[in-house]
Design a protein around this ligand. Structure first.
Ligand code: AMP
Length: 363
């Protein structure tokens, strides 16, 4: 049963103030909601478009309590938040997605075990806390693998590839001897993802799987929809549904997957992101209802929108100085430009994105 939905004029609290929070705030405003952002930064991109904000550290207990008192419901935009802070908030105000989803996604070992428990295939993995465990794990994986910190890894950070002849000790050293896992190297042909949302009544709306291309560990381009057979697309959605239901999830999720295109194509799940996802940005311009609005609808207890694509699209992140010639970007036909309002274009920083649309009239 769907609970009483949030009324327009109510305030949605968002923990985190980056571009995802910014786009969530814009979607919320479109539906008549106010947003209130919690972030430590002086100039968080979301502050510019929200009704209010509170600037404090993510573990500042009294600031968290004050924030909870200022909002009707709370959501979050990134996963490297202290789980205790969200638990503190959840004791006062409803928090979506559930804190258990954040905890699961924060720890690569817990995440892999959760997926294995659902019968969802992943890369082979083994926990690594010290040199002896690493030696045993490497032996079990034929001498090579990717050592990843269990926590606080993103965009390829906190990872070391290990092959025959590499020194396992320096790999542990490079990760600061943090608790880690060793993953077998997956011979995937493409990386895909599914962004989907689940409402408070358990309704699920999934966008079609998309293909993601990375450069230097950062998402470069998303091709939507991904070219694939209907059967494998359906399998990708089924996996996502299983994850959403198991977590009793509310909100948007991104599930990153490896596609192996052998004789019988297979999907392995790489990781889950309990939030709106970069590979879903194309939906702002090329889907009936975009991922940010889906998330706000779910958090507000409203029915989900239509996740059908309107036309094929390619989303390209604008990284560093690529945003600087805005006029040239705007002059490109068939292109929508999204600027995140970040002051400084540092190398490797996601500054905005463009979506190139191919409506039927242009094919
Ligand atoms: P992650 O931070 O785990 O998403 O990893 C960043 C990127 O490294 C992924 O997008 C893949 O391109 C690559 N990668 C991660 N894990 C594996 C794996 N087990 N096998 C092969 N490539 C991987």
């Amino acid at each position: 049963m769907r609970p009483e939905p949030l009324r327009p004029g109510a305030t949605i609290g968002i923990v985190g103030g980056g571009q995802l929070a910014r786009m969530l705030a814009i979607a919320a405003a479109r539906l008549g909601f106010r947003t209130h952002i919690f972030a430590p930064d002086a100039d968080a991109p979301a502050f510019q478009v929200a009704a209010g904000h509170r600037r404090a550290a993510y573990d500042d207990a009294s600031a968290l309590d004050a924030f909870a008192a200022e909002v009707d419901v709370i959501t979050y935009e990134f996963e490297n938040l202290p789980a205790e802070s969200l638990q503190r908030l959840a004791a006062r105000v409803p928090v979506h997605p559930p804190v258990v989803a954040l905890e699961t996604a924060q720890d690569r070992l817990m995440e892999k075990r959760f997926l294995a428990g659902l019968g969802i295939a992943t890369a082979p993995f083994a926990p690594v806390d010290d040199a002896a465990m690493l030696a045993a794990a490497l032996a079990g994986m034929g001498g090579s693998g990717i050592l990843k910190t269990r926590r606080f890894g993103y965009d390829g950070k906190g990872q070391v590839h290990l092959g025959p002849g590499d020194d396992p000790h320096s790999a542990l050293e490079a990760l600061g001897h943090a608790p880690a896992i060793l993953e077998g190297v997956v011979p995937f042909t493409r990386e895909i993802s599914v962004v989907a949302a689940r409402g408070q009544d358990g309704e699920i709306a999934a966008f079609p799987p998309v293909e993601n291309r990375h450069e230097n560990g950062i998402l470069r381009e998303t091709i939507a929809p991904a070219a694939m057979s209907p059967e494998i697309a359906e399998e990708a959605r089924r996996i996502t549904t299983r994850i959403l239901d198991a977590l009793d999830y509310v909100g948007a999720i991104g599930v990153e997957m490896f596609l192996l295109e052998d004789e019988v194509p297979r999907i392995l799940v790489n990781e889950i992101a309990p939030r709106v996802h970069n590979s879903g940005h194309w939906t702002l311009d090329a889907a009936m209802c975009d991922q940010f609005e889906q998330h706000i609808r779910a958090v507000a207890g409203l029915p989900l929108g239509d996740a059908s694509p309107i036309c094929p699209a390619v989303m390209c992140n604008l990284i560093g100085a690529e945003i600087d010639d805005l006029a040239a970007l705007l002059a490109q036909p068939g292109t929508r430009v999204h600027h995140y309002g970040k002051g400084e274009s540092r190398p490797g920083r996601k500054m905005g994105h463009v979506t190139r649309l191919t409506p039927a009239s242009r094919t």
